[in-house]
Design a binder for this molecule. Structure first.
Ligand code: 4AD
Ligand code: MG
Length: 430
């Protein structure tokens, strides 16, 4: 018999319903078992009394261990004392499988242990909250672009091109050729922007990140808009509207999950335009004032991003980095050719970069020269150069890493909890 979901109980008070789920917790006192059952949509307290279900089912219920699967039928009652405000008076209980001793107990486990049991850890209320917020963030990303006339045009995962430098490429055999796992869908986004005007792609991206940090995964999801006839300033405005929309939608729909995570929502309520815009050089000066040893021309590392992002109560847009420390495709500032027309958006509260993007080189010969300067194989970029031969226009875009956004919005210490099965340095199981 098909049951109802726990999230629907309010609509079924007084009715007999069936719930299918797993046991979180059992407390027994003589002739009554109090069960907390979860079904993925919520938790419900169920009361099994010997008088109602009879000797046999009552004895069966006593064998139910944590995470045993079961089907319950009973009458729903409103009860202010029960967790969630409702209670099920069970008339029939049917265990499906009695679970072996569950390895994750409500005591403190080390992160290594939890990561080894990630497939089971996902059942905890905390992981549940994080992944529901992740879902909402992804939905908000799609809504934002869909409502603004962007077309979803996804990029391939096998590619002959290095988009973000050659040091973090995963290489694989592709029949008689070598292929890389994509680092970013951007180059394909540029081709599709010339076909559709405003596009976005959204998919998994891969980087062989050899350092362990709280911000880096080797496999992460990126949403990347690309717009023909757009310039850097347009991307700053788009990123500002985009992040504001995401936070607003999460606040509107996921307050309960944010509460489970004890997230200070007042910090999220401040995420509204305008976002501060500062140049790279201003950022370096601010860092030096704080005693950071950075020199003009250096790239920012985790420490610099944390310092900078702690200075603002909303995301800060840092723009015009030295071209020398940025990717090959970045357009140069006509007033300062040594600077790139690019931006990083740094999330507040120390989270650092969540968005990177900017304006692309649209002149053919200039792009060929850059490809050579970066020692990239021109042949693999023939198709990409074509975009500059057939009606080339200024264009720009950006990419946001979903996991970084989830970590920030949820207030998590590390990106490992932001994706169901994280992939990191030496971390492939489960
Ligand atoms: O700044 P990145 O490298 O920019 C690009 O890939 C551009 N091609 C995007 C574009 O313009 N279409 O990466 C963009 C974002 C970062 O800001 C960060 O949020 C995320 O991707 N990111 C990572 N997230 C988790 N783990 C990693 N190793 C990441 N590397 C980048
Ligand atoms: Mg970047």
């Amino acid at each position: 018999m098909a049951g109802i979901y726990i999230e629907e109980v309010a609509r079924h008070v007084g009715q007999e319903v069936t719930i299918q789920g797993w046991l979180r917790h059992r407390r027994s006192s003589g002739k009554i078992h109090f069960l907390i059952v979860r079904d993925g949509t919520g938790d419900l307290q169920a009361v099994v009394s010997k008088a109602t279900v009879g000797e046999e089912q009552f004895a069966e219920s006593a064998k139910l261990t944590q995470e045993s699967s079961l089907v319950l039928t009973g009458t729903l009652r409103q009860d202010a004392r029960a967790q969630g405000g409702y209670e099920l008076d069970v008339t029939q209980i049917r265990p499906l499988q009695i679970a072996e001793p569950f390895p994750i107990q409500p005591k403190e486990h080390g992160v290594g242990f939890l990561m080894e049991h990630r497939h089971l850890w996902l059942r905890s209320s905390r992981q549940h909250a994080v992944l529901r917020i992740r879902h909402e963030i992804i939905r908000a990303c799609r809504n934002f672009f869909d409502e603004r006339g962007f077309i979803l045009v996804d990029a391939p995962i096998f590619t002959p091109n290095a988009c973000e430098g050659t040091t973090t490429l995963f290489q694989t055999d592709y029949f008689d050729e070598k292929a890389y796992l994509t680092q970013s869908g951007q180059l394909y986004g540029e081709a599709t922007a010339a076909a559709f005007g405003r596009v976005y792609c959204f998919g998994p991206t891969f980087r062989a990140e050899k350092s362990k940090t709280r911000r880096h995964l080797t496999e992460f999801w990126m949403v990347e808009p690309e717009v023909a006839f757009a310039e850097l300033a347009d991307m700053m405005a788009l990123a500002e509207a985009f992040l504001s929309h995401i936070v607003e939608q999460v606040l509107a729909t996921r307050r309960a999950e944010l509460a489970v995570l004890e997230r200070d929502v007042s910090k999220l309520e401040r995420i509204k335009p305008p976002f501060p815009r500062i140049t790279y050089e201003e950022a370096v000066a601010r860092l030096q004032q704080k005693g950071n040893p950075i020199q003009s021309g250096d790239d920012f590392g985790g420490d610099e991003e944390t310092l900078l992002s702690n200075e603002f109560d909303r995301p800060a847009i840092v723009h015009r980095y030295p071209a020398a420390i940025k990717a090959f495709y970045m357009q140069s500032d006509p007033l300062r050719p040594d600077l790139a027309l690019c931006m990083d958006v740094l999330a507040p509260e120390g989270y650092g970069e969540i968005i990177g993007g900017g304006q692309r080189i649209h002149e053919h010969d200039k792009l060929v020269a850059r490809i050579h300067e970066h020692k990239l194989p021109e042949e693999a970029f023939r198709w990409y150069l074509d975009i500059r031969k057939f009606g080339s226009v200024p264009h720009a875009g950006f990419g946001m890493g979903i996991e970084r956004a989830v970590a920030w919005i949820c207030g998590l210490e590390h990106v490992r909890e932001t994706i169901p099965f994280p992939r990191m340095l030496y971390k492939l199981y489960p």
